[in-house]
Write a protein that binds this ligand. Structure first.
Ligand code: SF4
Length: 320
């Protein structure tokens, strides 16, 4: 059995749709974030240090140059022939419409690019931007709106200084759905004050809204964040790997088959990563999730099947 026998992964869906392996290429288009620059808040989310999820990418290299470099690396490593450009760092709808159009157009003009994944905040999705994304979708491109939510509990969102609540998220999802855009929601397990019960409740509320995609991360502590201070003082203790794997397995089993998982874990590297150590490596975590799901499926839980190996299916979404 493989991970993709148990989880509907983005990699397998893209491979079926496009008849070849498709890989995400992350770009940093030089945006900032309204929760950092003062428009919504200052200091950002307590766990946020964007260098932890965009290592080695330091704009302002053009989007085209970043895509070309990413294409060479990904082709060599995975043999992928087509690419989904992932605007990842900070808030990738936080600019005027003309600037956004020019950046997204530049990405879609590159050879073998089949679409866009746009990472942003729920309070930064004005209708004209959603319409622009919808226009690309109408032109035949794959488009995902990736919304950071992390938790459906407003008390947690306040605690981690998200600068928005559940209501902004709900409203953004509904606005995107009115235009027929697909939404991938980012959730974090191991948030301060939360247990796996909170993660399951969050999942249920998100699924009720009809989201099409999910991305799961363990909360990990990186340098230069307020969470690092809490961890050093003992006020925050990260999840153990076993607890994370157990939570992910439960969430996957409670997810309808049509929902696509873009990612099941997240990593950072020392010295940026402070804790937990297991967040430095992806494969042991993915293998443990696969084993947990395989054990559950022999006990009667659902099995999802397409036949890609766990390495193949995770590679296709490894930078998401
Ligand atoms: S919304 Fe995203 S980019 Fe902005 S502070 Fe939070 S995690 Fe960082």
């Amino acid at each position: 059995m493989a991970l993709s026998d148990h989880v509907h992964m983005l990699g397998q869906e893209l491979r079926i749709r496009h008849g070849t392996r498709v890989h995400k290429i992350s770009v940093n288009a030089g945006f900032t974030c309204p929760n950092i620059d003062g428009r919504v808040g200052r200091g950002g989310c307590t766990f946020c240090n964007n260098r932890s999820f965009t290592p080695g990418i330091n704009g302002p290299e053009s989007v085209a140059v970043q895509i070309e470099r990413g294409r060479q690396v990904v082709k060599r490593r995975t043999g992928a022939q087509k690419f989904l450009v992932y605007f990842q760092a900070y808030t990738n709808t936080y600019a005027d419409l003309q600037t956004l159009r020019s950046l997204y157009d530049a990405a879609l003009r590159q050879p073998d690019v089949i679409g866009l994944s746009i990472g942003t905040r729920p309070d930064c999705t004005p209708e004209p931007v959603l319409r622009l994304l919808h226009k690309y979708q109408d032109q035949g491109f794959d488009v995902w709106l990736e919304l950071g939510l992390q938790s459906a509990f407003d008390a947690t969102l306040t605690r981690i200084n998200r600068g928005h609540g559940w209501e902004e998220y709900r409203s953004a999802v509904q606005a995107a759905h009115r235009l027929g855009l697909r939404v991938c929601t980012h959730l974090i397990a191991g948030l301060p004050g939360e247990t796996s019960w909170h993660a399951e409740q969050t999942l249920a509320r998100v699924i009720d809204l009809g989201v099409e995609g999910l991305k799961l991360h363990p909360l990990h502590v990186v340098r230069g964040t307020r969470l690092a201070h809490d961890w050093r003082s003992g006020a925050y203790r990260p999840l153990e790997q076993d607890a994370y794997v157990d939570t992910v397995a439960k969430l996957v089993q409670q997810t309808p088959d049509q929902v696509v998982y873009h990612r099941l874990t997240g990593t950072a590297k020392p010295p940026l990563l402070l804790a937990p150590d297991w967040c430095a490596h992806k494969w042991p975590v993915l293998n443990a999730i696969e084993a947990a799901l395989a054990t559950s499926s022999t006990c009667g839980a659902k099995v999802h099947g397409t036949g890609l190996s766990s390495r193949e299916s995770a590679l296709t979404e490894s930078r998401g």
